[in-house]
Ligand binder design. Structure first.
Ligand code: HEC
Ligand code: HEC
Ligand code: HEC
Length: 88
């Protein structure tokens, strides 16, 4: 029984890292690594209205180019060129 529980725990941990929506696929080939940003920035309110997160109202081109690209260029980290975010 103990072995079974360990196996389940291991499986949950494994699938958790591999299959959760860590990377959000966006329009024009943008692959947004949500998890990496959460871990890197720690502050959810950099992008979300509250620390609970969730859908971002009016998310799209304007938000992305202002908030995403804006942070990358102000902080000098992360892509700012079209092709670096848009893979298609
Ligand atoms: C760098 C920007 C950024 C940061 C920081 C960030 N998120 Fe998000 N998050 C997003 C974007 C973009 C979406 C997709 C929004 C949409 O489609 O409306 C999203 C979606 C979500 C969702 C919706 C469900 C899902 O997983 O797709 C939840 C819940 C969420 N974020 C929680 C959080 C929490 C909690 C934190 C802090 C630990 C956080 N986010 C940090 C950008 C961010
Ligand atoms: C508050 C700052 C901040 C915001 C907002 C932000 N990013 Fe980033 N981004 C970073 C940092 C820091 C890195 C890591 C750069 C490094 O490690 O060299 C990064 C890296 C990236 C990368 C390259 C590495 C990877 O994870 O694939 C992409 C693509 C990216 N961001 C897309 C986005 C998108 C799309 C959004 C908006 C939905 C966004 N970022 C919002 C700070 C931010
Ligand atoms: C930091 C990453 C990033 C950079 C740099 C960036 N974009 Fe975007 N762009 C996005 C994201 C994220 C979206 C919104 C995707 C969505 O709504 O799913 C977007 C949306 C768009 C859209 C609208 C797509 C649609 O079908 O609604 C166009 C057009 C676009 N970008 C062109 C460009 C051009 C041209 C450049 C260079 C001048 C550029 N982008 C630079 C991340 C970026």
């Amino acid at each position: 029984m103990k072995k079974v529980i360990l196996a389940i725990v291991a499986l949950v941990a494994f699938t958790g890292t591999v299959f959760a929506a860590d990377v959000i696929e966006m329009k024009r080939g943008v692959k947004f690594n949500h998890k990496a940003h959460q871990e890197n920035l720690k502050d959810c309110t950099k992008c979300h209205a509250s620390a609970a997160g969730g859908k971002i109202e009016g998310f799209g081109k304007d938000f992305a180019h202002k908030t995403c690209k804006g942070c990358h260029s102000t902080d000098g980290k992360g892509p700012t060129a079209c092709k670096e975010c848009h893979k298609q």
